[in-house]
Design a binder for this molecule. Structure first.
Ligand SMILES: *Cc1c(COP(=O)(O)O)cnc(C)c1O
Length: 516
C-alpha cells in the first residue's frame, strides 16, 4: 500500500487526528518542513512522487510513441509538408472533445467559420508588433478601439470629453491574469507614491481568481482573504473589518470563476469609495456576457463603471469576447491610475524605452484578431450568442436540479457548480470523464462546475449532459466502494493537512509537462 493510498481516506477515518495534525502543522509549519528534511522521509516522498507522476505521465504525454520527438534541433530542417501533416494529425485527435461540446469553458466560440476568419486576420498581421508603434500604427488603432469598445460596453459614458481626467481608459494585455496583475501593480505603485504605503495590502473574496494571489506574491502585497457565504458571495461586513491604513484596494468578481456567482459589487465599491481606496471588478469571465444578459432581461446587479466606486476592471476578450487566445482588457477610471501601470525608462543605452504592459515585444496579430472578432460580432452578435448560452445554461441548471442529492451553489447564470452531501462529486466527475466530458473539479467545498459556452448550444449537447449526469449518479450510487480515476487524488489534495506535499506534487506535475 502506497503512502498516497494510506493518506487517502485518512481524514474520514480519523477526523480528530487529522484536525490535531492540521492544527499542529498550521501552528508549526516548520514541523512539516523538518519532517521532510529527514532523509528517510524525503526518500520515501520522492519515490512516492515518482510513482504518482509515472501514473499520470501516460495521459499527459500521449504522443510519445506516435510522433517524432526533437530533444535537440534536427540536423537539417524537417519539411514543411511533414510538419503541417503532423500538426493536422494532432489537431484531429484533440479537436473533437472541445468542438463537440464536452469541455467546460476553454473554447468559447469555436464555429468553423469564425475560426477561419480569425486565422485569416492573424495571417495578414503576423509580423505586427505594437512595441514598434511607428511601424504598425494599425496595431495601436486596433488596441485603442478594443479598449474603447470594451469600456463603452462596461458602463463608461459616451465619448463626451475624451480628454477628461476621469476618462475610462485602459490597455490590451495577454490575458485575464495579466490584466489583474497590471491593475494590482498600478494600485500598489499609486499607494506608494501618493500615500507612502510601503506595506500594501488588498482584500479579496476567497473565490477571487488565483491571479490575485499571484499578484500578491509577485508584487509583495499582503492578501487578506474574506470567506464567502453559502451562496458564494463575499461577506461585506467582514471585508469592511479587513480594511486598514495599508489597504490599497478591494476586489469583487462578476462572476467568480469557481461558482459563477456575483459578489455584492455595489456595496463593496461604495465601501471602497468611502475609504478613498480603489475597487477592482474582476469581470474576466462576465465582462462580455453580463451586459448582454442584462439587455435580455436577466436580473444582473450593477457591476461596472456605472458604479462610481468601481475604479478598475478586467474583461477577457479571449473568453466570451470570442477572440483568439492571448488578449484581455484592463480598464481604469482615470489616466492617473493607468500611468502607474506603464513602464518607462529614460536612461537605457538602448534608447528611450516604454511599454504599457509586462511584455516588451507583443503579438500585434492577436490584437488585430481581437479587434476583428469584436467588430464582426457587433452588439447583435454578442446579444445572440449570450441568448443561446443562457438558454442552454438554464437547461443544464434544471437538469442538475432534478438530480436528488445534488445542490447548485448560489444562483448562477452560465457557470454552474454543484456539490453534494450524499455523493462523492469527484466520482461523478470521473464517470463523466469516462463519457468524454472535461469538467472542472473544485474544492473548499468539493464541487464540480461546467462553464457553458457556444459549444454547448448545439442541438443535443444539453440532453447528453443530463443523460450522462444521471448515469454518473446512478453508477456512484450502485458502486459505493469503487475507487478509481482522479477522485482519490482530488479528495486527497483537498483534505491532506500536509499542504507542502500537495505543492510538491503540483511542481512535479509541471516538470512532467516540460519533459520532452
Ligand atoms: C479566466 C479568469 C481569470 C484569468 O484569466 P486568464 O485569461 O486565464 O489569465 C481571472 N478571473 C476570472 C473570474 C476568470 O474567469
Amino acid at each position: 500500500m502506497s503512502i498516497m493510498d494510506r493518506l487517502e481516506g485518512l481524514p474520514q477515518k480519523f477526523p480528530g487526528l487529522v484536525r490535531a495534525a492540521e492544527r499542529a502543522l498550521g501552528l508549526f509549519p516548520f514541523l512539516e518542513r523538518q519532517a521532510k528534511n529527514i532523509p528517510a522521509i524525503r526518500r520515501a516522498l520522492e519515490a512516492e512522487y515518482d510513482s504518482v507522476m509515472s501514473r499520470l505521465e501516460h495521459s499527459l504525454k500521449p504522443y510519445d510513441d506516435d510522433f517524432e520527438r526533437y530533444r535537440s534541433l534536427p540536423a537539417s530542417g524537417v519539411s514543411r509538408t511533414k510538419i503541417l501533416r503532423d500538426m493536422r494529425r494532432l489537431l484531429e485527435r484533440e479537436k473533437p472533445a472541445w468542438e463537440e461540446g464536452f469541455v467546460s469553458g476553454a473554447v468559447y466560440h469555436g464555429d468553423q467559420e469564425h475560426i477561419a476568419f480569425l486565422n485569416k486576420v492573424y495571417a495578414l498581421n503576423s509580423q505586427s508588433n505594437p512595441l514598434h508603434s511607428d511601424l504598425w500604427p494599425s496595431a495601436s488603432k486596433f488596441e485603442a478601439e478594443i479598449v474603447s469598445m470594451t469600456a463603452r460596453m462596461l458602463g463608461a459614458p459616451a465619448y463626451a470629453n475624451p480628454e477628461a481626467a476621469s476618462e475610462i481608459c485602459g490597455a490590451v494585455s495577454s490575458g485575464g491574469t495579466e490584466s489583474i496583475l497590471l491593475a494590482m501593480k498600478a494600485y500598489r505603485d499609486r499607494a506608494q507614491s501618493r500615500f507612502g504605503i510601503t506595506q500594501p495590502e488588498f482584500v479579496v473574496p476567497s473565490t477571487a481568481h488565483a491571479a490575485f494571489d499571484k499578484a500578491a506574491r509577485y508584487f509583495g502585497i499582503r492578501k487578506r482573504t474574506v470567506p464567502v457565504d453559502e451562496n458564494s458571495r463575499v461577506d461585506v461586513s467582514r471585508v469592511a473589518r479587513a480594511i486598514n491604513g495599508n489597504t490599497i484596494c478591494l476586489v469583487g468578481s462578476a462572476p467568480n470563476f469557481p461558482h459563477g456567482c456575483i459578489d455584492p459589487i455595489e456595496e463593496l465599491s461604495e465601501l471602497a469609495r468611502s475609504h478613498g481606496i480603489g475597487f477592482h471588478t474582476d469581470a474576466c469571465l462576465g465582462g462580455f456576457v453580463l451586459p448582454w444578459a442584462e439587455k435580455l432581461g436577466h436580473r444582473v446587479p450593477r457591476f461596472d463603471f456605472r458604479l462610481p466606486g468601481v475604479t478598475s476592471m478586467s474583461a477577457d476578450t479571449h473568453k466570451f469576447g470570442y477572440a483568439a487566445k492571448g488578449t484581455s482588457v484592463v480598464l481604469y477610471r482615470g489616466r492617473e491610475l493607468r500611468h502607474f501601470q506603464y513602464y518607462t525608462t529614460t536612461e537605457w543605452p538602448g534608447g528611450m524605452y516604454f511599454s504599457p504592459t509586462f511584455a516588451g515585444s507583443r503579438p500585434g496579430a492577436l490584437s488585430a484578431a481581437c479587434w476583428a472578432a469584436m467588430v464582426s460580432m457587433g452588439e447583435q452578435g454578442y446579444l445572440e450568442a449570450t441568448r443561446k448560452i443562457l438558454k442552454t445554461a438554464t437547461q443544464i441548471r434544471n437538469a442538475i436540479e432534478r438530480v436528488p442529492g445534488l445542490r447548485i451553489i448560489g444562483d448562477p447564470l452560465w457557470v454552474i457548480a454543484f456539490e453534494s452531501d450524499q455523493w462523492d462529486v469527484y466520482r461523478i466527475m470521473d464517470f463523466m470523464t469516462g463519457r468524454g466530458w472535461n469538467l472542472n473539479g473544485l474544492h473548499k467545498p468539493p464541487a464540480v462546475h461546467i462553464c457553458v459556452t457556444l459549444r454547448h448550444t448545439a442541438p443535443g449537447v444539453a440532453g447528453r449532459f443530463e443523460r450522462d449526469l444521471l448515469a454518473a449518479v446512478e453508477h456512484v450510487r450502485a458502486n459505493p466502494a469503487e475507487k478509481s480515476g482522479m477522485a482519490p487524488v482530488y479528495g486527497m489534495a483537498a483534505t491532506l493537512p500536509a499542504r507542502s506535499v500537495v505543492k510538491d506534487l503540483l511542481e512535479r506535475y509541471m516538470d512532467v509537462l516540460y519533459r520532452p
